[in-house]
Design a protein around this ligand. Structure first.
Ligand SMILES: Nc1ncnc2c1ncn2[C@@H]1O[C@H](COP(=O)(O)OP(=O)(O)OP(=O)(O)O)[C@@H](O)[C@H]1O
Length: 247
């Protein structure tokens, strides 16, 4: 099982991207992480997969982890077949060409990966991740897939004994999955500031602020609903100018 215990993440001295997120995903269970652009979905998944460390909090994960990045690295010179063989050998599991076929791969399996279409590249990248035994961490797995492949993937994820953690911002249905909303989807309150100047670090440090991102000369601030009144009063006191408050 993968377990995130009260994790938080900020890049350098920037605003907090994730705050106080706890999550555990049991074997055979799936969790879909949702939220708007920049709400921290990829950050959360990278932390769960072990590619990034949280700034605070603890993570435990099983040994065999499959990772599908949001964007597959371009310039892989191996063919699809060699790439999957290599990945499977590293993991000590059989290469799953049957899964490639089930996803409806169309293309030359012996041509360099860089020559494949976006959807076919995604199918190879997916199969690489799906061969892991314990935990599948998939960032936008539906991206580029045709309807038939999306349906095959959904069935696979619904029946795998592994723990599954995926992002989705297109409302793809994953039967039986739990949903973990991030950012405004979780908090319900977004405060847009017209002028922030040098005050952004102070705003992002206020209790209840989940993220604060500069937008032009202003900022977009996502706030835990329970703290919205206090944060609003505090930003006004700091001298910021409020453009809008949305829930
Ligand atoms: N390596 C990095 N260095 C600095 N900031 C980063 C880095 N990676 C992500 N961020 C910032 O963290 C925030 C969350 O980014 P993240 O990619 O996790 O969001 P997301 O919910 O996956 O977004 P999207 O839906 O657009 O893919 C953004 O403000 C982003 O600019």
């Amino acid at each position: 099982m993968v377990r995130l215990d009260r994790i938080g993440k900020r890049y350098g001295r920037g605003p907090w991207v994730l705050r106080d997120v706890s999550l555990s995903v049991e074997p055979g269970e799936a969790v879909v992480v949702t939220g708007g652009n920049g709400s921290g979905k990829s950050t959360l998944l990278r932390i769960a997969a072990g590619l990034s460390r949280p700034s605070v909090g603890a993570v435990s994960r099983p040994r065999s982890v499959g990772w599908l990045p949001e964007r597959f690295p371009s310039g892989v010179r191996l063919s699809a077949r060699d790439y999957l063989r290599h990945q499977a050998a590293v993991r000590g599991v059989p290469a799953r060409w049957d899964l490639v076929e089930a996803l409806g791969f169309v293309g030359d399996p012996d041509a360099p990966m860089a020559t494949l279409s976006k959807g076919n590249t995604q199918k190879i990248a997916l199969v690489q991740a799906l061969t892991a035994r314990d935990l599948l961490v998939l960032d936008e797995p539906w991206s580029g897939l045709d309807v038939a492949a999306a349906s095959t993937l959904r069935s696979f994820l619904a029946s795998t004994p592994a723990s599954v953690l995926v992002t989705d911002h297109h409302g793809h249905d994953l039967p039986g999955a739990r949903v973990l909303p991030l950012g405004a989807a979780a908090t319900g309150v977004v405060i847009e500031l017209a002028r922030v100047g040098e005050l952004l670090p102070e705003v992002s440090a206020l209790e209840g602020v989940l993220s604060a991102a500069a937008v032009g000369t202003g900022a977009r601030v996502e706030v835990a609903a329970a703290h919205s009144d206090r944060v609003l009063a505090a930003v006004l006191e700091l001298g910021c100018s409020v453009r809008s408050v949305r829930s």
